[in-house]
Design a protein around this ligand. Structure first.
Ligand code: NAD
Length: 260
């Protein structure tokens, strides 16, 4: 379905990004990986993507804190693939703390990685998409792009900003065959969330399984984690012809979190 299309997925050494890269490769796309990690592991993943797509896979280690590195990453994809058709802004970090003690540098990093990096990547990519009159931008926001939770000031602000950016870019690109959508996952069992339930278990002196059940019970009516694969498949759907006229949406994949 996406044979011959070239994708960049930021933060794709992580759990959700990896699943997105694999789903895109399964649909035939060439994928440029990005994110931190051991070089052996990254090489293994690159090989895995090549086998899945029968095409190409690249890696660029751009740090999303640095706009010049983001531009260099897009430049590599354009040079080696011949263009970027699909951009998935997925890299993200979290920090949990009451606002009065929220470290200032954590605020700056979360706004830079979870919001500004998407702006820089879209800015570097969109003129090629418009010129080719086809493009798909998918921003991995969060339920926290739609509703708030306590102690997550920077994350909630960044993800609401990312949903706003999604809507704005959808308008700018609407007549060019380019769509821009956001996916808003609920709890997915990844290191970003693991740190939160392990901290809760330690705080409450309870087993981790109880902390997970309590965490899911508070927010996610399905009471089970969202699978990374389902997010990857949703990205492929948004890149397919069924989604040609879907733009500017913020799609919750959240087991019912935001309808309560
Ligand atoms: P993860 O920690 O497994 O992966 C994060 C990825 O981002 C990794 O590849 C990491 O190397 C990369 N990254 C972090 N800082 C970076 C930087 N400065 N430059 C380049 N890459 C960087 O986390 P995840 O849960 O897979 O998160 C992926 C996205 O999904 C994030 O945007 C997150 O906010 C969002 N999300 C996650 C959940 C969840 O429940 N896990 C829910 C909603 C949204």
């Amino acid at each position: 379905m996406l044979k011959g299309k070239n994708a960049v997925v930021t933060g794709s050494t992580g759990t959700i990004g990896r699943a997105i890269a694999q789903s895109l490769a399964d649909a035939g796309a060439n994928v440029l990986l990005n994110g931190f990690g051991e070089s052996d592991e990254i090489e293994k993943l690159r090989g895995n993507l090549i086998r899945r797509s029968g095409g190409k896979a690249l890696y660029h280690g751009a740090d999303m804190l640095h706009p010049d590195e983001i531009v260099a990453m897009i430049g590599m994809a354009e040079r080696e693939f011949g263009g970027v058709d699909i951009l998935v802004n997925n890299a993200g970090i979290q920090h949990v703390s009451p606002i009065e003690s929220f470290p200032r540098e954590k605020w700056d990093d979360i706004i830079a990685i979870d919001l500004s990096a998407a702006f820089h990547a879209i800015r570097a990519t969109v003129s090629g998409m418009k010129a080719r009159r086809w493009g798909r931008i998918v921003n991995i926001a969060s339920v926290h792009g739609l509703v708030a939770s306590i102690d997550k000031s920077a994350y909630v602000a960044a993800k609401h900003g990312l949903v706003g950016l999604t809507r704005e870019v959808a308008l700018e690109t609407a007549t060019f065959g380019v769509t821009c959508n956001a996916i808003c996952p609920g709890w997915v069992d990844t290191p970003l969330v693991r740190r939160q339930y392990e901290a809760r278990a330690a705080r409450e002196g309870s087993p981790v399984t109880e902390a997970i059940a309590a965490m899911l019970g508070e927010k996610q009516p399905s009471r089970s984690f969202v699978s990374p694969r389902s997010i990857g498949e949703a990205v492929v759907f948004l890149c397919g012809t069924a989604a040609d006229a879907i733009t500017g949406v913020a799609l919750p994949i959240d087991g019912g979190w935001v309808v309560q």
